[in-house]
Design a protein around this ligand. Structure first.
Ligand code: MN
Length: 260
């Protein structure tokens, strides 16, 4: 018998260039994730671990095989070449090639293995691209909308818009609502959903705000930032908790198979 152990959730790192504070000093790369993701996972009962970038494929797979769930966090734009599009807008921000490759590999493995997956903001877009979907590269220049999807300078939990959830979706079941107020900090959006993904939420302007993969035990992604709503928002808490429960269940089933 195994005592209950908190599920291990991999959070793929992002790089931040840290400028040296000493004159002539060398800049360094810092690999990590915003604390709000880690804190929300911990509060929901998981053990988050940072997945480093630039691991050799076999090493990355070895790490993946020890995880019970994957969270892909927010960040910068995905290289458009990965969904077969030229970069058409100067507003497409600097890309993170090492992170793109790591996250896309991990997302595909997660779909193959049924590993619980939660994508947030960039992670929602990565899930889509990894499964063959495309993105709008810049909402203000490609779509007609009067909703502010990007809200620089506002508090992280700023209520930017409502999203309408598909009543039959897993997400609506979890949230217990079909009309959800959310924050919003994105200038890109899902255009054509990836294979086997279904659209589960939109804003009133039609922008896709969430998708899920019904063929997976738990594969959800959202365009907003529940990690910043978590302290005050029952729907955000329920999303993290049901993800962590799915990861605990995945772990439990795998241990049972190993014990047979
Ligand atoms: Mn939005």
């Amino acid at each position: 018998m195994h005592p209950p152990v908190a599920p291990l959730i991999g959070v793929v790192a992002s790089y931040h260039r840290v400028t040296s504070s000493s004159p002539g000093g060398e800049d360094r790369l810092f690999a990590g994730a915003y604390e709000a993701y880690l804190r929300s996972l911990i509060h929901a009962g998981a053990l988050p671990v940072i997945v480093p970038l630039e691991l050799a494929p076999a090493a990355l797979r070895g790490l993946f095989d020890r995880l019970d769930g994957i969270l892909l966090a927010g960040g910068s734009d995905i290289d458009p070449i990965l969904y077969g599009a030229p970069a058409v807008h100067s507003t497409t921000s600097a890309t993170e090639p090492e992170r793109d490759l790591t996250e896309i590999a991990i997302t595909r493995w997660a779909t193959e293995e049924g590993l619980p997956f939660l994508g947030i903001c960039r992670g929602h877009q990565v899930a889509n691209v990894a499964l063959g979907g495309t993105l709008y590269q810049d909402i203000p220049s490609q779509l007609s909308t009067n909703i502010q999807h990007d809200n620089p300078g506002r508090p992280l939990d700023y209520h930017a818009h409502h999203v309408r959830l598909e009543p039959a979706s897993r997400l609506a079941q979890i949230a217990g609502l079909t009309d959800l107020p959310t924050n919003s900090r994105h200038h890109q959006a899902v255009e054509r959903p990836g294979q086997s993904l279904v659209i589960t939420a939109r804003t009133a302007d039609g922008v896709i705000e969430a998708t899920e993969r019904p063929a997976s035990p738990f594969f959800l992604s959202v365009q907003w930032h529940p990690e910043n709503l978590y302290p005050h928002d029952p729907a955000a808490q329920a999303l993290f908790k049901s993800f962590v429960e799915a990861a605990a269940e995945f772990r439990h089933e795998r241990l049972n198979i190993l014990a047979d």
